[in-house]
Design a protein around this ligand. Sequence first.
Ligand code: NAP
Ligand code: HSE
Length: 443
Amino acid sequence: MGLGNVGGSFLFLLEKNRVLAEGKAGARFTIKKILVRDLAKPRPVRLSSNLLTTKAEEVLRNREIDVVIETMGGTSPAKEYILEALGQGKDVVTANKEVLALHGREIFQKAAAFGRQVLFEASVGGAIPIIRPLAESLAGNQICRISGILNGTTNYILTRMGEEGLELETALRLAQEKGFSETDPSDDLEGRDAARKLAILASLAYNTVITPEDIHTEGIGHLEHRDLALTRRLGYSLKLLAQVIRRDDALELSVQPTLLGRRNPLAQVNDSFNAILVEGDASGETMFYGQGAGGLATASSLLGDLIEVARLRPLRQPRLTFGRNGTYRILPSGSLPNPLFLRIGVPAGHGPGDMGALFYRRGIEVRTFFLDADEAVVITGAALAAEGRAALSEEKAAVLRQILRVEEEGSAGTGLTGEGKERDLPSGVPRGAEGRASDARRH
Ligand code: NAP
Ligand code: HSE
């Protein structure tokens, strides 16, 4: 279902590596039907014309079809088609993170009821194997933190803006030409695509249902060239970071532009590459890196899943699922302190001392401070963004032009990866009382 950038690349790859894939699967793969919207649209792959259809029932009700590969995108009708396919006894392989992030629970319940597979390695991180490693290989760990660069389009844009000084619109156009972006590129730019992927990873890691609504989400639209230039000058990389941090029975989930320190392993992940750092209580840090977007990279994961589905066909119970019985409270965004990067318009007649004093008065350490043109550039010690804003509000003439989170290292402090990294909830957030009261949930 779907023959666009990803579906077309999947078909190309299946033909290219068919012998190898069938050998590994121990099965023959035959394309029976391909669902599209527009029969007249030119296709990049040669096809016999009777394969294409615009009638979903020719796929969903076709008894000769065992597996549906869904690459249409969106939630409707993708959700209805996936549910119908499972109900008809078909396995499903999908690249669609949106439908899983929003309707994963219903889809996996149906898969369980009908004893069928839903495999979705392609939904997060393009070619990177992360779904099965997280769901299976690392299943014996308490996951302390997952940090990731999960969107190839924004990572490509930030790299091109930072290295070549391109405007955001120009860099986006290039990303679109390369087939990295979503059909609606605001899903990439505003962080929604990364939030959907983080929801899937967190749901797997914590065996609960996390939806994008649980995730504080900011995009890259408010970043300026100046932020990228200053960031580089200070020795940081500016990335759209997706992150879940667990503190006891609470999770803080965010997608936001973040300055990464040199020692942070995600700092060197550039262009359309993605990387995911998973920190478990036994494993310590494990890092998964690779091509995060693009038709062929995504097709790699789809074909791997198709081979796996063929192997699992006799099993008649789902290999992967999420959202069963975890209980976690969702912390409100900004509950955990971090160093902050701030750009502040300095009022005429105010010296550096005045600005620094604002933070010191609030007990916020100032690690880096300099004046550049009419701005003070500040990096603080660990503080809540709300505390940083409150400090500045005491000087009416100070204009906050940018405030971003800073992650010096990649570790949340598992006890395995060094001392001094353990971060406590701030004093204003009593343990057991933080988060929305209604977020005490059992799934
Ligand atoms: P795309 O190029 O827009 O292709 C979508 C395909 O689905 C088109 O062939 C379209 O038909 C078909 N389609 C859409 N709605 C349909 C409907 N209601 N009925 C029948 N056919 C329908 O999108 P894409 O870039 O391949 O992405 C597809 C999916 O993969 C999305 O879920 C996306 O998030 C995910 N994904 C993309 C990437 C990437 O790098 N692009 C990576 C990982 C995952 P027509 O061709 O006739 O219009
Ligand atoms: N638009 C997505 C990205 C595609 O740029 O990461 C891969 O999921």
